[in-house]
Design a binder for this molecule. Sequence first.
Ligand SMILES: [Fe+2]
Length: 274
Amino acid sequence: MELKVPEGFGLGLRYSFAEDVLTSERSPRWFEIAPENWMGRGGFFKRVLHGVRERFPVVCHGLSLSIGSPDEPNYEFLKELKEFFREFEIGVYSEHLSFSSMEGDYLHDLFPLPFTEGMVKHVSEKIERVQDFLGMPLILENISYYYVPLKGMEEWEFINAILEESSAYMLLDVNNVYVNSVNHGYDPYEFIDRLPLDRVAYVHIAGHERGDRILIDTHGERVKEEVIKLLIYLLSKRPDLPVLLERDNNIPPYEELLEELEEIKGACDAQRVV
Ligand SMILES: [Fe+2]
């Protein structure tokens, strides 16, 4: 299935500045939204999203697919999602390599999957069913996690196995790689080297905080220097990769996010190996 992710640097769209996007003279190249935050809403939300969509490419990054849960895909939800994609002409859908529901109950968090052969098979089969239903490819993101329920293999082996067994693409979150590498004691550069980078569709960057003993993936801070360095390393291997800045908490004004995005882009351009 063909995949067309917009090029260049994009920004996660939030309610707090969505209207500013329609009037500002500056902008990122594209936006990402969580479809669950915009689906089934009229009035302000629908008007603003149509306005954004008329001006910019928009991709969707979902929260509740729960690809790793033992349940069947929620076809009612997928039907609504498909209708939403049709209305706003959205052709790119990413989700998380995690689970967030059990037997129909939604847990409102992203939980790590056991890194096992059985889970590789389960997720890979479910990916194909979701893709067939939606008629579009699925892009799955490496999440940040603080424990692993069962470790039959390393995370990079788990991701490789799923990408081998299924036709999904990967959303590579560089901040998540960095946070996990510190919390679980591995080299983030080697981790990136071990991934099938030709299957990466786009990249996430975000901020984290330093806790007492671990790094915490807050998405509420500016992107840290170490994460930008890792991004530059990744782009030296795949200079064409689109990059998306996520900010989910402690959201500053639109102009401030654009400044940060411009600085990150500048740092990457200065180092970019073309
Ligand atoms: Fe992310």
